[in-house]
Design a protein around this ligand. Structure first.
Ligand code: AMP
Length: 317
């Protein structure tokens, strides 16, 4: 695979995302973003970048490198390896689960943004018949099957419990049933895998979701810091927009004061004249998705007609 950094030509006019470094030969280089190469994290990350105006352009099927918009190079690697790649500076930025960032525990990695997807919890779970109610009830010497040995050790050390880690690379749920471990430390999302395997949660070690991370040395330097601010703001604008809807409606002009109470908008609703005898106006506003139902009901009470709700792609404050 060709992972050498493609020099990009200076474009004369400054672009809002200055995602490049200058190497020792004075060439401009794109910054790299490490993205999981498969699974939901991968799909959601690419979709988020695309909505932020950074579409992945692959040269070939299953390519491990792609252009991300005009300004970044994406490298596709295992989610587990991303904290390491970012810590070592192989990529300036990365997207991966907080669980993997915390397990890796490298001081060179900075968390930049919670992306909200890939939510799961790292939990301690025991067989239903285990008498423990909480992880602190487990005796010294307990055997813990996990693919998160770092987080498990740190957690039990904080409880002053000396554990013995039984390393597994997956399917930890079986270990207590085989008698090779007393409990497991594993990820769960709906909890159904634990239940199906006769396991019960004793406690949560970490609430995890996908994060944008950055290399601290790159972030400390001018171009890196500016790119991080711009990238974070671009992704945040998409995340913010996902929780909002744009609502347009015609309302009787006489009820405008009451409409303003119902439609706060970001800085109040936009009111537009309707070409009639002056009895109606159009009101436009950004509304919280989770308040949409009651907002529409309240507008209808005020005589609103022709209510139109649309998604918003990006929302910059
Ligand atoms: P559950 O929904 O609790 O039955 O989880 C199903 C399986 O998916 C479990 O084995 C978890 O280890 C795994 N899992 C759930 N959510 C995530 C996630 N966000 N990242 C990685 N693995 C996950």
């Amino acid at each position: 695979m060709d992972t050498t950094r493609a020099p990009i030509r200076s474009r004369g006019a400054a672009h809002p995302i200055l995602a490049h470094n200058v190497n020792e030969k004075g060439q401009l280089q794109m910054m790299r973003i490490a993205i999981p190469n498969k699974g939901r994290l991968s799909e959601e990350a690419l979709s988020l970048f695309e909505k932020a105006g950074l579409r992945a352009q692959f040269r070939a099927d299953r390519a491990l490198v792609a252009r991300l918009g005009d300004h970044f190079q994406a490298i596709f690697v295992r989610a587990q390896d991303i904290p390491e790649f970012v810590a070592d500076g192989a990529a300036e930025f990365g997207i991966t689960g907080l669980d993997l960032v915390e397990e890796n525990n490298r001081p060179e990695v900075e968390e930049l943004l919670d992306l909200g997807f890939g939510r799961c919890r790292l939990v301690v779970a025991a067989r239903d018949e285990n008498p423990a109610q909480h992880p602190s009830d487990l005796p010294d010497g307990s055997r813990v099957a996990t693919s998160f040995p770092g987080l498990a050790k740190r957690y039990f050390a904080s409880l002053d419990t000396a554990i013995q880690v039984v390393p597994v690379s997956g399917a930890a749920e079986i270990a207590p049933h085989l008698g090779v471990a007393d409990v497991i430390v594993d990820l769960t999302s709906t909890g159904s895998t634990l239940r199906v395997n006769g396991l019960r949660e004793l406690g949560t070690i970490l609430d995890s979701s996908a994060r944008l991370i950055g290399n601290s040395a790159a972030l400390a330097e001018g171009a890196g810091s500016q790119t991080a601010t711009e990238l974070t703001s671009a992704l945040e604008s998409v995340l913010r927009a996902q929780k909002k809807r744009y609502l347009m409606t015609n309302v009787p002009k006489a009820r405008l004061d009451e409409v303003r109470q119902v439609l706060p908008g970001i800085s109040g609703p936009t009111i537009v004249d309707v070409l009639d005898q002056g009895t109606w106006v159009a009101a436009h506003a950004v509304v919280d998705e989770d308040r949409l139902y009651e907002t529409i009901a309240a507008l209808k009470e005020l005589g609103a007609e022709g209510i139109l709700v649309t998604r918003i792609e990006r929302l910059l404050p």
